[in-house]
Structure formats: structure tokens, C-alpha cells
Design a protein around this ligand. Sequence first.
Ligand code: 1HN
Length: 371
Amino acid sequence: MSTIVAARRETDVLEEFYEEVRRIHGRALWQTGGASKKPATLSYLWKYQDYRPLLLTAAEIVPIELAERRVLIMANPGILTAWQASSTLLANLQIIKPGEVAPSHRHAASALRLIVEGRGAYTAVDGEKSYMDPGDFVTTPNWTWHDHGNEGDECVIWLDGLDIPLVQVLETNFFEIHPDKKYPLTQPNDLSQRLYASGSLRPTWVKRNVLHSPLLNYKFSATYEALKRMAEQTEGSPYDGVSVEYVNPLSGGPAMATIACFASLLQVDQHTKAHRHTGGTVYHVIQGSGRSIIGGKIFEWDEKDTFVVPSWTFHEHHATAESVLFSYSDSAMLEPLGLYREEALEENGGYQKALGKFEPAAVPERNVRTV
Ligand code: 1HN
């Protein structure tokens, strides 16, 4: 028998074997590509100037009763669900008009708000109400009742971050609507700020809760002041500038079990070095302007823009004005699971060679459902 015929026989035998495995809903591991599959999260940037007019239009034409939460999703075009910013996190913009209430509900997913513009809106979480100002970072830990309202005279817009994709993958997603529009207020407004905002003084009568921060609202005024005070003495991290984590004041751990949140101050013309780490990270520009090089591509950002750095992707920031970047990431979970790793770029003095500029992805066909 010729070697060619023998080889063909062997191929036929293998094909037949794979077909038999498929018939029992199996796959041969060595045929799957396994761990070498590329992650789907793309480095991506959403411009606030694109979103703002559409949010204002939504406020005109979509009643809050219909939407429950009037939210536009910033969807990563690399991910087929078409509703998540990274493999584990959502990034949305929510608008609420004067006089409106987004009714009380709770879910297994953890959520955060970063206020983008407008004053006079509040979030109430498990009976405590807090009014929110631009730049404030507000926690909604998982399974807490929360409603939002706008008691001011202008529209209020904020960034919502949620870990729903993670909770869905774990098949642990629960959701409940409260029978009342507003959950009853059972605490003085901003009690948690009085108890915990000092950070270094722990009320002794309160039990430690390591799962999530008891502080509802981390005021921007206090965060900014702390960052400026630090920046008088240090340049901070070579990769993130003067960067702080919003921690749980009772444990020193992340603000929420699944989401770690940070604020970084970059000086005019500060250019951080490139590093990469596990943990997909969503950045939001509280103030300032500049560019980040992410995976070799230049992303130009302005105030209120949002961008995502996928896990294990080199990134560095170059501020062209004094800038404050808010960020949140799934890294909170990674360290306890032994999955956190970090690496500095060695070559080229620690800076990436930019290979081009970010371009928005092509828009898919209308109404193509890709879920
Ligand atoms: C949600 O409950 C809120 O409570 C915002 O404000 C955005 C996106 C997906 C699912 C639930 C909120 C959300 C959300």
C-alpha cells in the first residue's frame, strides 16, 4: 500500500471518530484550540459627545415608566452579546429628568455610579438616601434595594458600572422589583458618610463587613483634595500616576467583592509607563484630556469619555491637561483566586510604539440579533 493511501485511510478513520464524538455532544480537546482562544474584549472608546445628545433625546421620547432605567449601553463591538463593555462588566450612561423616580429594585449584580453631569439627583440604597454631585462615586452593593430620583431642576446623567456579565456566566442572576416605587427611608440621609468617610476611624459598634463597603457615596470633593495633597509630595505609580483605590473602610479591601474602583490624578504632560495586568478595566474621564496607548493603538480622550482596557493588554496614559481618571475592574476577584498578574513593558524604555489610532468599529446591520 502506498504511503498516500495509508495517510488517507488514517484521515478517514479520524474523521469518522470525530463524527462519533460529535454525535454524543462531545469534542476532542486537542481539536478545540482550548486555552489559546483569543479574548473577545476589544480595547474601545466611547465619546461622550456622541452619547449626550441621544441621552437628551431619550429623556424627551422615552417615559421613565417604559424604561424603568433610562440607560444607553456602551457595547463593546468585540463581544457578541452587544451589551457589555468587557468580558465581566457593563458600562452604561443613565439620564434622569427633574421630578422623575427610577423605582426600587434589587439584583444579584453589584453596581456603581459615577456622576457625570447635573445636580439634584439622589440614590437611596437600603433605606439611606444620598444626593449626588458630579464626580461622586456611589456604591450599590449586590442585593440591596435601590431607587434613584431627581429633585433638582436639570437632567442628571451618570455612568453605571455593573458586573452582570460575570453574574450571568456564574448563573447566579436574581432580580426583584419592590412593591413600592421608593424603598422606605429608614436611616438619616448620608449616615454612612458620617460613619465611614474618614476612612481611618472605625465605629466600634459596627460589625466588619468584608463583602462590600458600607459607604454609599465617596464624594468627589474629598477624593480630589486627597489626590492633590498626595501629588504635592509624590508622582505616585509609574503606571497610574497618583492613584487611589476606593476601599471598604471596614476591611481595607475593594469597595465591592467583584469590582475594584480607582481614581488617578495625572499632571499636565505626565506620561506614565506601560504595563499590563489581568482584569478588564473600564476608565471614565472625570476631568481633563489626553491620550492612552492601549495595545499599541492611540486612544484620544476628553472629559466624560469612557474607554476599556481588556485584561492583559499593555496600556499607558499621557495627559495633555491635568486629568482625573476614574476606573473600575474585575481585579478585585482575581487576587484571592490566584489569577492576578502584572508585568511592566521592558523594551523601548517602558513605552509602547504606537502603531496607529483607534477607529470606531463598523456598525453591524440593523436589527441583527447577535445574542
Ligand atoms: C440597573 O438596575 C441600573 O439600578 C442601571 O440604576 C443599569 C443595567 C442593567 C441591568 C440593571 C440601576 C442597569 C441596571
